[in-house]
Design a protein around this ligand. Structure first.
Ligand SMILES: [Zn+2]
Length: 271
């Protein structure tokens, strides 16, 4: 990305900043492009303008992401190693948090699908670890899916629960510690987490609880690609649980994720 930045110069980069904030709806035109009769009169704009328009409409072209909606409904029970560096095991399938009227696994999938649409509209390629509520995908398998797709970033989507009804706000968990199979993901993961958490809290108005380093998560310790875990809020907090049920709020989380990914990409290009 750095080489490309040098070639295209700061002109394109400045325009990219605009393209990342909000995206015009370009789906309608492109969806039917394959079957449209080839009779439209096309006036080619000058090449430079065309390139700039592509950059604005598809600021995430070339970016490959994994979205991992946490949990899933399954009766399966098994254990798996918490890290390639340890024989210690943990349950492979864990139930998520529950709020009044919704479960974490259904919320996670709903927001992941909205985020996928936002990211794909901006040109990203998205790999999903599950697309059904009933899903037997262990945390190690989720990491393997992101590894095998060689994604630029894996975003795990979760919501919190607490014994107390008081805690609220969003946080981002990041890989850290001695059990990390690929220690080099620690710094880039933290960088992505910082940027994307800020973008999501800005878009939603939620309080930020900051970054939480985790050395005990199987999904992090097996990851060979930068990986972050968004906690979207507390289902144990009645007010936040109600917010998280609303389609508009879920959409704002998705837009915030896509905005954050755009800003993260720009930060990588400017290095
Ligand atoms: Zn969870």
């Amino acid at each position: 990305m750095a080489i490309r930045h040098l070639i295209t110069g700061s002109f394109i980069t400045l325009l990219l900043l605009g393209g990342c904030g909000s995206v015009p709806d370009t789906d309608a035109g492109s969806a039917d492009a394959g079957s449209a009769p080839q009779q439209a009169v096309i006036v080619d704009p000058p090449l430079d303008d065309a390139a700039v328009q592509d950059e604005q409409a598809q600021p995430l072209a070339g970016v490959v992401l994994c979205l991992d909606p946490g949990h899933g409904v399954t009766d399966a029970s098994a254990s798996e190693r918490v890290s390639p560096l340890s024989q210690e095991t943990k349950p492979a399938y864990v139930s998520g948090a529950e709020g009044d009227g919704q479960t974490e696994e259904e919320l996670n999938l709903a927001v992941a699908e909205l985020a996928r649409a936002e990211l794909e509209a901006r040109g990203a390629q998205v790999v999903m670890t599950r697309q059904d509520h009933a899903a037997t995908v262990s945390n190690q398998q989720r990491a393997s899916m992101a590894n095998e797709a060689h994604v630029d970033l894996c975003i795990r989507i979760h919501a919190d629960g607490s014994e107390s009804s008081q805690p609220s706000g969003m946080s981002m968990q990041v890989p850290a510690g001695d059990l990390l199979g690929t220690p080099s993901i620690e710094q880039p993961s933290a960088q992505a987490a910082q940027i994307i958490l800020q973008a999501v809290t800005q878009q939603t108005g939620a309080d930020s609880r900051g970054l939480t380093p985790r050395s005990d998560l199987t999904g992090f310790n097996w990851s060979e690609v930068p990986c972050i875990l968004l906690e979207m809020g507390f289902l144990s907090n009645a007010q936040e649980n109600e917010q998280l049920k609303q389609q508009e709020y879920r959409q704002n989380i998705a837009v915030g994720i896509a905005n954050g990914v755009c800003q993260w990409k720009q930060s990588m290009e400017s290095e």
